[in-house]
Design a protein around this ligand. Structure first.
Ligand SMILES: [Zn+2]
Length: 365
């Protein structure tokens, strides 16, 4: 449901979908004037980490008290109000004291690097820019907020430089890092940040948001929300970009084929996945996530939980797998994929990881 919980303030305008616990925590910090200088927002891809960071920056700089009429009492909107100039301009990335630092910011400075955009790291020059800006007083806001998006892509030099700022942060500066997990940023950095974990959002919450905020018809919103696997950002992007849905479906049918394939074809897949992972790490990990979705669908079918199936368009093949794989096979397959994901994240050799996964994957009887 989109209705705000009472402790968040019924009239505040957080754009984050789901993750009320994180919102409540941040809201509480503002109310109690105990906002930390550094936060680390972790969670799955497109779950809403960056949106929450922008929401928080809006709440910290919101000027609702200036526009609210005296005597409004409880009717006065809570920050972020979504109505004042600060809220509006921060949402449009047009506010001097709120800056988002990403790896693609770097590549846009250097046109030659654009083709390698996804591989580019957040370099030390960006952190040095942050530092020289952070020592200045806020220009138009109450506080300065620097959002380092995908902080896991910081270079070693950049991380070392940032550490100095985190050790002695200027008084009116807040730094918010986003990353897939606590472990994906250097421990020295993570330990100096207040950790806020974002979790996958229930499909019903995403469905409601698609209908209420984006006017998506219910019949489209429901399958989109299911297919997003708890990532509202994916669902919002996919509603306008059918290629995202197609890619997900293609990846599903590729995986179903591999489960049914013999060893030479499986190794062929492992080879292609290794190349893909080397080319684009995120895309390789996305395919791994898809494996888990497919295996989950098969498990759901074994338990006759049809309403939870994500890849309903492949129901016949999935039902076939549900019959031919035992419960133990599925458990083994799932832990094999999870181990592969862990191996890939900890910088093991991708070829070894994918080969091992193909060898250990149970074959339908
Ligand atoms: Zn506001």
């Amino acid at each position: 449901m989109l209705t705000a919980s009472p402790d968040v303030g019924s009239s505040s305008q957080w754009q984050t979908i789901g993750n009320r616990a994180a919102i409540t925590l941040l809201n509480g910090a503002i109310k109690q004037q105990r906002v930390s200088h550094a936060y680390l927002f972790t969670g799955p891809n497109r779950v809403g980490k960056r949106t929450l960071a922008i929401d928080f920056a809006r709440a910290l700089n919101c000027n609702v008290q200036d526009i609210a009429a005296p005597g409004w009492g409880d009717l006065q909107p809570a920050p972020p109000c979504g109505q004042c100039s600060a809220c509006d301009r921060i949402a449009r990335s047009n506010f001097a004291d709120v800056q988002i630092i990403t790896s693609s910011t770097q590549s846009s400075k250097d046109p030659d690097a654009r083709s390698a955009q996804r591989r580019v790291m957040i370099g030390i020059d960006l952190i040095k820019d942050l530092q020289s800006d952070a020592i200045l007083e806020p220009y138009e806001g109450r506080v300065k907020v620097f959002i380092i998006d995908e902080a896991n892509r910081m270079s070693q030099d950049a991380a070392n430089a940032l550490l100095k700022t985190l050790e002695e942060p200027p008084s009116s500066v807040h730094i918010i890092l986003t990353a897939p997990s606590e472990e994906s940023v250097p421990e020295t950095i993570a330990s100096r940040c207040h950790l806020v974990r974002l979790r996958s959002v229930p499909p019903e919450t995403i469905t409601d948001a698609l209908i209420e905020r984006y006017g998506v018809p219910q019949a489209e919103a429901e399958p989109l929300a299911k297919m997003s696997m708890g990532a509202p950002g994916w669902a919002i992007a996919a509603r306008k970009d059918p290629s995202l849905i197609d890619a997900r479906k293609q990846s599903a049918s590729r995986i179903i084929d591999v489960i049914k394939a013999d060893l030479p074809d499986r190794f062929d897949y492992a080879f292609k996945m290794t190349q893909e992972f080397r080319r684009d790490r995120a895309s390789g990990l996305e395919e791994i996530a898809r494996w888990l979705e497919i295996l989950r669908d098969v498990a759901m079918l074994q338990n006759e939980l049809y309403q939870h199936i994500v890849f309903g368009d492949r129901i016949e093949e999935l039902t076939d797998l549900a019959k031919k794989l035992t419960t133990q096979d599925l458990a083994h397959a799932t832990s094999t994929v999870q181990n592969t994901r862990d191996a890939l994240m900890s910088n093991s050799y991708p070829q070894l990881a994918f080969d091992a996964m193909m060898l250990q994957m149970p074959t339908p009887a």
